[in-house]
Design a protein around this ligand. Structure first.
Ligand code: SRM
Ligand code: SF4
Length: 556
């Protein structure tokens, strides 16, 4: 462990936080400002919230000598991304009453609500609690929302596998009752022993920790980008266990070569059940004890594993579990895209995957998506599952109810909307970026849709309009929209400027690489025009765009 004097400032905030309480309660009562105290800003992340301000209005506010327009974003804990109809109705109402109204589906299969004023935090959390929902540990240096592939293919074990997301999330939840005390007015715990936390101790993890479960053959959950990716191994419709991939993470910092995106390294196979939970737990304790607590830019598991070496990291986990990883079991991912439209699921019920551009559920112009989903939820005849690609599955619709749900989808033109969306748009992701993200260097979700319209024209020109090219944009190199794992990745460098990354594969086994720096829109379109032309004439049979650009631009 590091000496106290060497610890990063945030480590100290965690240690003295009294179980993540800090002075949050006092901050909430401070009526002189819409913000909360600085240290508390770090602590509320562990409770699932970020303090933000509207960056579009900074100048105007400053000119009037007003403080920034502070508000809060809240992110729900939804392992596997599942909501009942009643929970959807509650989410809809809370979003409208206490936040901007937009329900934002994230790249980790949950939702965020933005624009919540300080005075609305408690009512919001209370309302979610009544709907059996919480935001515990969705941010901060702790295990985050556990994702799971949304597509069972023909596997009847999908429910069993996705229940792991729930169980892992519960296993790795912090023991402190701070969330319940501060936001839900639970009585204060006087016996501190009751909340001793053998996993997180008092300093939690050195950095955020992410777990994702992938179910071959669809890698929609982008399993290798997680700190811990679990690849489900199924034989004859029976879940045998999981291959463990450790050390994924996508962020880097412009101009800092010590930081980099990395895919997880396969450690080995662990059988399903208790052994899997034990191994997961001990991967976290190894990161807790060996992760860098001095420099947050070197604190993710990917750096710990590169510093220790994969073998040493694995041995340390084995020493703690008391058993060895078995040999990696073979698996193949063939896809990473969502399976749009109606599909019968293994339980015999129906799922409809709806395209939600950049995960933004709202009523806008002709497209009244939010109203449509509320009407569906009110029938009580469907549940909802978010996908890791920011889309939504209307799920568990019984055969006898399918026509009623289909009629609502048709009435609101959502079937037409999904069917008429181009392949490239359906495979696009953008992170939030401006105006709420404090780290954004460039636009992302407000810009990608219009850029895609221009790229569609190029694809049409080159007769490539049906290509499922995975295209992702982020407003900075943190990679929230998983841009480093795209076939075409745009990574913001400054307002209206992006690095163009190419050569990621279609299935999620290979990251892309920097191709051209600091391009404006005209340059992006001119580069892509040329690349698409070369692809049309020079591709091998069935070669994807990512494989083509990797072969022609980076190999040899
Ligand atoms: Fe992220 C920080 C949004 C998925 C890597 N991310 C942020 C913050 C909270 C900005 C901040 O620190 O103040 C962004 C809030 C924007 C806003 O206004 O809402 C933000 N990240 C998002 C979401 C909402 C993007 C989206 O449009 O869907 C995703 C929420 C996921 C969730 O539900 O938990 C989101 N973030 C990711 C992913 C992708 C993933 O996990 O699948 C990554 C890359 C994978 C990884 O972790 O390496 C990612 N976000 C980051 C990082 C870089 C971490 C690092 O290793 O350095 C930051 C900055 C940080 O932590 O310091 C960050
Ligand atoms: Fe913000 Fe950067 Fe993440 Fe986009 S990638 S949401 S700009 S931190």
């Amino acid at each position: 462990m590091s000496e106290i004097k060497d610890l990063s400032p945030l480590e100290k905030v965690k240690i003295v936080s009294n179980g993540l309480r800090g002075t949050i309660a006092e901050s909430l009562n401070d009526e002189l400002t819409g913000a909360i105290h600085e240290d508390d800003q770090a602590l509320i992340k562990f409770h699932g919230m970020y303090q933000q301000d509207d960056r579009d209005r900074r100048e105007e506010r400053a000119s009037k000598k007003l403080e920034r327009l502070f508000s809060f974003m809240i992110r729900l804990r939804l392992p596997g991304g599942f909501l009942t109809a009643d929970q959807w109705i509650a989410l809809h109402e809370i979003a409208g009453k206490n936040t901007t109204g937009v329900i934002k589906i994230t790249t980790r299969q949950t939702v965020q609500l933005h624009g919540m004023l300080k005075s609305k935090i408690k009512p919001t959390i209370k309302a979610f609690h009544l709907a059996h929902l919480d935001s515990i540990a969705t941010c901060g240096d702790i295990n985050r929302n556990v994702t799971c592939s949304s597509y069972p293919s023909d596997l009847s074990v999908h429910l069993e596998i996705s229940s792991y997301a729930d169980k892992i999330s519960t296993l790795l939840k912090p023991k402190t009752r701070a969330y319940y005390e501060i936001w839900l007015d639970e009585e204060k715990i006087l016996d501190k022993k009751r909340e001793e936390d053998p996993l997180y101790l008092d300093a939690y993890l050195p950095r955020k920790f992410k777990i994702g479960i992938g179910i071959p053959p669809n890698n929609d959950s982008d399993v290798f980008i997680n700190d811990l990716g679990l690849i489900a191994i199924v034989e004859n419709n029976k879940l045998l266990g999981f291959n463990f991939a450790v050390g994924g993470g996508l962020a880097s910092t412009h101009g800092n070569p010590e930081t980099y995106a990395r895919l997880g390294s396969l450690l080995g196979f662990v059988e399903a059940g208790e052994k899997t939970f034990k191994a997961i737990y001990e991967v976290l304790t190894v990161q807790r004890d060996f992760g860098n607590r001095e420099d947050r830019k070197q604190a993710r598991v990917k750096y710990t594993i590169d510093r220790m070496g994969v073998e040493k990291f694995k041995e340390e986990v084995e020493k703690r579990t008391g058993f060895d990883f078995e040999e990696i079991k073979p698996f193949t991912f063939t896809e990473r895209t969502d399976e749009y439209g109606w599909k019968k699921n293994p339980s015999g019920n129906w799922d409809y995957t709806l395209f939600v551009e950049n995960g933004r559920v709202l009523d806008e112009g002709e497209l009244q998506m939010k109203s449509a989903l509320l009407e569906i939820a009110k029938t009580g005849k469907a549940s909802f599952r978010f996908t890791v690609n920011q889309n939504l599955i209307i799920t568990e619709v019984k055969s006898e109810d399918k026509s009623e749900i289909n009629a609502i989808l048709e009435k609101f033109k959502l079937i037409e909307h999904t069917d008429s969306t181009s392949a490239i748009r359906k495979n696009s992701i953008a992170c939030v970026a401006l105006p709420t993200c404090p780290l954004a260097l460039a636009e992302s979700q407000r810009y990608l849709p219009s850029l895609i319209t221009k790229i569609e024209k190029l694809l049409t020109k080159h007769d490539l309009v049906n290509e499922n090219i995975i295209t992702r944009m982020t407003g900075c190199p943190n990679g929230c929209g998983r841009s480093p794992a795209a076939e075409i990745g745009f990574i913001g460098t400054a307002l209206e400027k992006y690095n163009l990354h190419l050569g990621g594969d279609h299935e999620g086994y290979r990251l892309n690489r920097l191709y051209k720096e600091n391009l404006g829109e005209a340059e992006i379109l001119s580069e892509l025009d040329e690349l698409f032309g070369d692809f049309k004439t020079g591709r091998k049979r069935n070669e994807s765009f990512g494989d083509f650009t990797h072969r022609t631009k980076f190999e040899n």
